[in-house]
Design a protein around this ligand. Structure first.
Ligand code: WTA
Length: 680
């Protein structure tokens, strides 16, 4: 998650040791069917046509009323898009598809248990379920446009149904990642001043039915202590008709949605005519410290942007079966599981569980069964699947035309595995760089038009003009070989409007650093600072080095953690790698390296040495890690990100803090014993 607040201003000059990678070209079959094959697109979306170029995206939607002004810059950096326009997001994702696609699947819900059948929710069924639930929200809860509700739902069809029902009424949804603790959820209820909490009794994770209702009680208590308890807690049943959590209901406070719904059978709700600038949803970024901060996203600009990028970058056609393995509780899921794909009438897969349950073949079996042809996931997930070896995907007969990677820099070795083994050399890959704050992609290749380069996300997508500045605000030219802070020079429709309830923080975190003139109403004076380090290659491709704070300064030599990890991953035996800094009297900081191995390999002293050597060979002797810890598994969040913070605490003998929300808390103690006993 982005957290540019912790950016240290002097950390832009990262050492860059990446070697240039070869291009890979899109296949003719892909190009023949692609949505965007017009090489003029970047020109059409070039600066001379800005901001009117974004009309092309907005025109993919159905508006009640056309906008009068494409971009209003009168209150920088609070840009307003499609001013005067009126639109409803739910109408665009559901109703308007009915004449043509009524019987087409909108959502394939794949339960984690493989013995449970996949549910195929058609557009007609989605329409009915969204309307009935919207009726309940309006008439039973008294919710109206502008109200907030917090959702704490797992990956089930009810999650997009709930989001769309809210959008239909103009109610602002704030979905908190289902794997987050009740406590985190409660804080977000208070911060957003939500009137209701909508949750589910239970869900499956790693084959176990988890009691999720327990979290709702904690969330309620936390919000209560903070002074804003929700009026009611609404609970979907994971198994309709059967309450399946151990934690009991609280009389007068908790209500089962499945019991209430029959009263609303057949109800239809006219979608609210929302202003383009009205808020569609809040999405909290995972700040580790301080108050949670929510990116506030608009209705018209956001929907136009995710629809346009889903069409051109994700190459989604209505006939595609599209699977993004992210969680809807993150921005990727909002933009590229729900709003973008559904606005284009695609069939979008919602998978409940973890990719490796019951084994690493599961994603490929799902892809086979549903005929998935567009696949979207993160480097972390790819590394996890790679760990099981290429024999697994090779067993399956899935065929992707297109694959996406998002969320972290991808090491070229992992990229190639994704391309060769998962994509079978048939699929194009887009490496999409962006953030919760941005609504949609910022940098990526347009897949039919530009070659891919492993480890580089590519140039700005149409209408996005990136620039890399050094610490003094000097532009680093393409091919300069220096790293700096990546910024976007211009506003774009998908950008968040502000941080919910904290406009000052919004300006300070993202715009203050490189603002050229605070009194200017010209957008050119207000570059957006993403908080990532990046290098701009001679061909205009951007290589993201990770958060500016993900930097280890070894004896004045600034090493990106990603390039160190990438070097470790070139070693055949290594499945996953994580680098953390530890204090060193001489060098200031030195890297400590944690790795897990692919199956069938054993930890040995020789292997440790081989890995350490790989880092010093690939980067420099200065990059040689103090230790190479070969661990059975990495501590991971439920969303699969490696918790470097926990490893860092272990390495420097600090407190690991609360690890109970991790996917695998038990591994923390194993690693602690290994590291700290050795150190004695
Ligand atoms: C990182 C996820 C390299 C980056 C959409 C960013 C990436 C942060 C990429 C935002 C990518 C995201 N290559 N790094 N393709 N995509 N990042 O808010 O550091 O969860 O600032 O949004 O993830 O994470 P967030």
């Amino acid at each position: 998650m982005a957290n540019p607040e912790s950016t240290e201003t002097n950390e832009a000059q990262l050492a860059v040791h990446w070697k240039e990678e070869e291009y890979y070209y899109p296949g003719t079959q892909f190009i023949a069917q692609a949505n965007m094959t017009d090489a003029d697109i970047l020109d059409r979306f070039g600066e001379k046509n800005f901001p009117e170029c974004f009309k092309e995206y907005a025109d993919m939607l159905t508006w009640y009323k056309y906008w009068e002004k494409t971009l209003d810059t009168s209150h920088p950096p609070f840009w307003k898009w499609f001013v005067g326009g009126e639109i409803n997001a739910c109408y665009n994702c559901v109703d308007r598809h009915l004449p043509k696609y009524r019987n087409k699947t909108a959502i394939h819900f794949v339960p984690e248990l493989e013995s449970d059948p996949i549910q195929h929710v058609t557009y007609q069924e989605l329409y009915v379920r969204v309307n009935e639930f919207a009726a309940l929200l309006r008439d039973y809860c008294g919710l109206k446009r502008g109200d907030r509700v917090t959702l704490h739902l797992p990956m089930v069809a009810e999650l997009p149904i709930t989001m769309l029902a809210c959008a239909r009424l103009g109610v602002i949804h704030s979905q908190v990642f289902g794997g987050f603790s009740g406590n985190a959820c409660g804080e977000r209820i208070e911060d957003s001043q939500s009137r209701f909490l909508i949750t589910m009794d239970s869900y499956y994770r790693s084959g176990k039915l988890l009691d999720h209702k327990k979290q709702a009680n904690i969330a309620y208590e936390t919000a209560h202590k903070l002074g804003k308890p929700p009026e009611k807690v609404l609970i979907w049943q994971r198994h309709p008709g059967k309450y399946s959590a151990e934690t009991p209901l609280v009389e007068g406070r908790d209500f089962i949605i499945n019991d209430l719904l029959p009263k609303y059978r057949g109800h239809r709700i006219e979608p609210e005519r929302m202003k383009a600038e009205d808020i569609l949803f809040l999405m909290y970024t995972s700040g580790t410290t301080g108050r949670p901060k929510a990116a506030q996203h608009s209705t018209g600009g956001y929907l136009a942007y995710v629809t346009g990028t889903s069409k051109y970058i994700q190459d989604i056609h209505p006939e595609d079966v599209y699977w993004c393995m992210a969680d809807i509780g993150w921005i990727t899921g909002h933009s590229y599981i729900v709003y973008g794909p559904l606005a284009l009438a695609a069939s979008s897969v919602v998978y409940e569980g973890i990719p490796t349950y019951p084994d690493a073949g599961r994603p490929w079996r799902i892809a086979e069964e549903l005929g998935v042809n567009i696949f979207h996931t993160s480097p972390t997930a790819i590394r996890g699947l790679r760990k099981a070896g290429e024999d697994v995907p090779r067993k399956y007969n899935h065929h992707f035309k297109h694959m996406t990677t998002v969320g972290e820099p991808i090491e070229p070795a992992v990229w190639r595995w994704y391309y060769n083994e998962v994509g079978k050399k048939e699929a194009v890959i887009v490496d999409t760089w962006w953030q919760t704050e941005n609504g949609g992609f910022l940098c990526s290749t347009v897949p039919a038009l530009a070659p891919m380069k492993p480890g580089s996300c590519g140039p700005g997508v149409p209408g996005i003009y990136p620039v890399v500045y050094d610490d003094d605000g000097k532009e680093l030219t393409a091919g300069a070989g220096k790293a700096g802070n990546i910024c976007i020079r211009n506003p774009w429709p998908g950008s968040m409007q502000t941080i919910w309830g904290d406009h000052d923080r919004f300006v300070k975190v993202y715009y203050e650093r490189y603002c050229k003139n605070k009194d200017s109403k010209d957008w050119r004076d207000w570059p957006y600072m993403a908080g990532d380090g990046a290098v701009l290659a001679a061909d205009g491709y951007v290589r993201i080095l990770g958060r500016i704070d993900d930097v280890i300064n070894v004896a004045g030599h600034r090493l990106g953690t990603k390039e160190l990890e990438s070097a470790a991953l070139t070693v055949e035996e290594v499945a996953e790698a994580a680098v953390v800094p530890i204090p060193d009297e001489v060098k200031g900081r030195v890297p400590d390296l944690y790795v897990s191995l692919k199956p069938g390999y054993k930890p040995t002293k020789e292997l440790q040495e081989k890995i350490a050597k790989a880092l010093s060979d690939a980067i420099s002797p200065i990059a040689r890690p103090k230790h190479v810890w070969i661990v059975p598994d990495m501590p991971k969040t439920r969303s699969g990100k490696i918790m470097r913070r926990v490893l860092g605490a272990i390495s420097s003998h600090g407190a690991t803090g609360d690890v109970t929300t991790l996917a695998n808390p038990e591994v923390v103690e194993t690693i602690r014993v290994m590291v700290q006993d050795e150190g004695k």
